[in-house]
Ligand binder design. Structure first.
Ligand SMILES: *Cc1c(COP(=O)(O)O)cnc(C)c1O
Length: 225
């Protein structure tokens, strides 16, 4: 299948999963993960209607932002503090705020550049040691601490399910993140608006939508030949 067919197919599956969760397709944002995809193909996806793209490496992100500045770019991968200055002001949303040190650096660089820095807190729901993200038990404290920021803004939560190839195994992880969002939304925190849940990739995005995702990050299923 070509790119056009892939996009159509994914959009259809998103719409069906949205309907199963009582929502409209328009409530779900598709972030096309374009890491390693060549710029011509990325532009083609844009011309076919894709508006959001995700990258996980800063250098590649910068290059692609320069080539397609009219798209909305998302940083979805682990972000080193020394690269923060290259990302701030360049992206619509950083999905991978996974440690306090990074929050401080995003704030510092955002202030310096005079821009707001929208981010999602990455939560390590599965608790796997090698996985990035705040432990679930620390998220509330992070939200409370967000009051001190002048440029960093928290717009929601993100998680990665363990890579199993079996969508159903991701369901409890997604359900847990949704429940965390619901719980935390009972309070109000300064500089925090928990409106996005970024969860679900090629193998499990339908399950993620059924469990409340409103941003899905899909690479392989869109860009495969
Ligand atoms: C690569 C990547 C994705 C997309 O994965 P696919 O399985 O190719 O859809 C989503 N999120 C993150 C953080 C990634 O690094």
């Amino acid at each position: 299948m070509g790119l056009k067919e892939n996009i159509k197919e994914i959009e259809k599956r998103i719409a069906l999963a949205a309907a199963r969760s009582g929502r409209q397709a328009s409530e779900i944002t598709l972030v096309a993960v374009s890491k390693t995809v060549d710029p011509d193909k990325v532009r083609m996806a844009y011309e076919l209607g894709i508006r959001h793209f995700g990258e996980n490496r800063v250098q590649e992100l910068q290059r692609k932002v320069a080539e397609l500045p009219e798209a909305s770019w998302h940083m979805i991968g682990r972000l080193q503090t020394n690269k923060v200055k290259d990302v701030v002001g360049q992206v619509k949303l950083i999905h991978s705020l996974d440690r306090w040190k990074l929050a401080e650096e995003l704030e510092k660089r955002g202030l310096k550049a005079g821009v707001q820095v929208p981010a999602l807190i990455e939560v390590n729901i599965s608790g796997e040691k090698q996985k990035a993200g705040f432990p679930a038990s620390e998220v509330k404290e992070v939200l409370e601490s967000a009051a001190q920021f002048k440029s960093l803004r928290i717009y929601g939560l993100m998680t990665m399910a363990p890579l199993t190839g079996q969508a159903e195994l991701s369901r409890p992880i997604f359900r847990e993140l949704y429940s965390m969002q619901q719980q935390l939304s009972k309070n109000s925190y300064t500089n925090v608006e928990l409106k996005y849940l970024s969860m679900g990739m090629s193998d499990d995005f339908e399950v993620a939508i059924e469990e409340g995702a409103n941003i899905v990050r899909i690479g392989t299923a869109l860009f495969k030949e």
